[in-house]
Design a protein. Structure first.
Length: 173
């Protein structure tokens, strides 16, 4: 089962009234950006895509820009703090760094470009789109930047919850 399909199962389990709509699931992980397509509640495997465009790209950009600004090196732990609070304290020195610009001007266009290509591919293959579901750890940083889509509840664990639902369903059969 690809990344994103578990999140769809979790979503469909909770919101069965909209589960049968044709859905794109965008799963923003650390290393990859995964997209799956569900038509009338059925996963269409030939339309799964995985791109090397996960949050790692954004993290590396923030690390590089932080290093240029402060001449200090940071790792992912400090990027998490910057993404969450816009600042952190290290050895008594407070560092402030606005990461929103990098999300809006650098990372969001990357996702939009991949999504645009994917949507064109879907439409050229005769599929339609009723809704979009955003999930994965990276959804947290983009949830207030994108309008008109559904966002998984507790998105970092949505795939795991959906896989669990699926396994329990299969075991009952």
């Amino acid at each position: 089962m690809p990344q994103g399909l578990g999140a769809y199962i979790d979503f469909a389990w909770k919101y069965s009234d909209i589960a049968r709509k044709d859905t794109i699931v965008i799963d923003i992980g650390y290393y990859t950006l995964d997209m799956v397509y569900i038509k009338d509640g059925v996963y269409i495997s030939k339309m799964s895509r995985s791109y090397p465009a996960g949050m790692e790209i954004l993290y590396n950009k923030i690390i590089d820009e932080f290093t240029v600004k402060y001449s200090d090196f940071i790792n992912d732990v400090y990027v998490d703090l910057l993404l969450k609070d816009g600042k952190f304290t290290y050895f008594g020195k407070e560092y402030k760094f606005d990461v929103q610009e990098y999300i809006s001007r650098f990372y969001l266009p990357e996702i939009e470009s991949r999504l645009k290509d994917y949507v064109i591919e879907l439409k050229n293959s005769g599929y339609k789109i009723d809704q979009v579901l955003l999930t994965g750890g990276g959804a947290f940083y983009l949830n207030d930047k994108v309008e008109g889509i559904y966002i998984s509840d507790n998105h970092q664990f949505a795939n795991a919850r959906g896989y669990k639902i699926y396994v329990e369903y299969v075991e009952r059969k």
